[in-house]
Design a protein around this ligand. Structure first.
Ligand SMILES: *[C@@H]1O[C@H](CO)[C@@H](O)[C@H](O)[C@H]1NC(C)=O
Ligand SMILES: *[C@@H]1O[C@H](CO)[C@@H](O)[C@H](O)[C@H]1NC(C)=O
Ligand SMILES: *[C@@H]1O[C@H](CO)[C@@H](O)[C@H](O)[C@H]1NC(C)=O
Ligand SMILES: *[C@@H]1O[C@H](CO)[C@@H](O)[C@H](O)[C@H]1NC(C)=O
Ligand SMILES: *[C@@H]1O[C@H](CO)[C@@H](O)[C@H](O)[C@H]1NC(C)=O
Length: 356
């Protein structure tokens, strides 16, 4: 293994480190159920089970900024455990499936799990990336235990969906652990573990599984800040590309093995982010009141995060005038407007899953 200590690699490592730090700290919270756009959940057994990190968590990380202002200002209007100003990917998918967003595991009881359960926990990864949060395996273990307790029927599970978004925090943690020269090797270890985890949905009898590809990490404001949010960092996006190629291959293999009993699709966050960002950039050229999509709406003071207040209660951040024209909410997470732009680009993959 050659160590190519060029300055650019060091810069990349530093920025990736920053990114990872921010992902593992900017995570978190939970709360109550919310009526999103969909309805008529009563007429079907369709349920949604969600696994992964803050991109899909709707309220499991109670002690995080997702339960502090200004998170949740757009929806539901107060901090509610989402790492955004409003709805996140989970909510858009639930709405598309015409069910209410599934209850976070942290607030589930015997009578509020008719739409499924959200096990996703901000800051977590495939491996252990978070002090308290359950890794992907542990999230699936909890689901497995509930199935063993016959809380869901076989028929329920066969007509149900699993949404899995995990892996970004693993890269952050890997770099924090001091390794940045062996990322390709790490990617292969990571994807192998993901495949092992995903395979369990087949033995558990879940009919439909949607797995997100990794977003272009080089476009996150945490990293684009190094050139004043002018452009994405292509070198870092290569990490996502390589990850996604291996993950796509693994999913193909899983589909072959599952022989139609469980269908897996990937949701291409990579191209959906790039394309949404590009569209917003072009729109901005003709309308200066629009925001740079590579710039976060909630801008924290140096050394702080969105949501921080000091000892005197002074806010250590400022929120942009109109979150509805921003793409990123904080330095890692899209706004509701961002997810709203991304989601239609995932619909053809979701459509494939629905038809299975
Ligand atoms: C379950 O939680 C819901 C809120 O999600 C609440 O309205 C309901 O009273 C709870 N039921 C029980 C049996 O605790
Ligand atoms: C996930 O967490 C469980 C429980 O803490 C642990 O036993 C397991 O080794 C972890 N799995 C991975 C892949 O890191
Ligand atoms: C889900 O909630 C139960 C009960 O509060 C808890 O024991 C379990 O660890 C949680 N699982 C996950 C994956 O967060
Ligand atoms: C980072 O190091 C810790 C402690 O050795 C280990 O448990 C963890 O799995 C490592 N994480 C990654 C992503 O390499
Ligand atoms: C510019 O964008 C703002 C915010 O979306 C919108 O209200 C306004 O109508 C746009 N102006 C033009 C000229 O398109």
């Amino acid at each position: 293994m050659k160590k190519q200590q060029s300055p650019s690699i060091i810069t990349v490592a530093t920025t990736l480190l920053l990114l990872l730090l921010s992902i593992s700290t900017v995570e978190g919270a939970r709360r109550k159920t919310y009526g999103v756009v969909g309805s008529d959940s009563g007429s079907s057994n369709l349920k949604l089970f969600v696994f992964g990190d803050s991109y899909v968590d709707t309220g499991n990380f109670i002690h995080s900024q997702s339960y502090e202002p200004p998170y949740g200002i757009t929806f539901p209007g107060h901090p509610d455990g989402r790492f955004s100003d409003g709805r996140v990917l989970t909510d858009f998918l639930a709405s598309y499936l015409k069910i209410d967003s599934p209850i976070p595991n942290a607030s589930r009881n015997a009578s509020n799990i008719q739409n499924g359960i959200n096990f996703a926990y901000g800051g977590t990864g495939v491996f252990d990336t978070h002090i308290n949060g359950p890794n992907l395996t542990a999230q699936i273990n909890t689901f497995d235990q509930l199935i063993q307790q016959n809380i869901f029927t076989k028929t329920d599970l066969q007509s149900s969906y699993a949404l899995v978004n995990s892996g970004a925090n693993d890269y952050t943690r890997h770099i924090q652990n001091g390794s940045f020269f062996d990322i390709p090797k790490f990617t292969s270890t990571l994807v192998n573990q993901m495949a092992t985890d995903l395979k369990r949905f087949q033995s558990l009898g879940v009919g439909k599984v949607a797995v997100t590809l990794l977003q272009p990490v080089g476009c996150l404001p945490a990293l684009t800040s190094i050139d004043l949010h002018m452009s994405c960092i292509d070198l870092l996006n290569k990490v996502s590309e390589n990850h996604n190629q291996l993950l796509n291959d693994a999913i193909k293999q899983l589909n072959t093995e599952a022989a139609g009993k469980t269908s897996f699709v990937t949701l291409d966050l990579y191209n959906a982010f790039l394309s949404s960002i590009d569209t917003l950039k072009k729109a901005r050229d003709g309308n200066s009141s629009l925001m740079n999509p590579l710039e976060e709406c909630c801008v924290a003071n140096v050394g702080h995060e969105c949501g921080d207040v000091d000892d005197k209660g002074e806010k250590q951040y400022r929120v942009c005038e109109n979150p509805n024209v921003a793409f990123f909410w904080d330095i890692v997470h899209p706004t509701q407007n961002g997810w709203n732009a991304i989601f239609p680009l995932l619909q053809s993959s979701i459509g494939q899953l629905i038809q299975q």
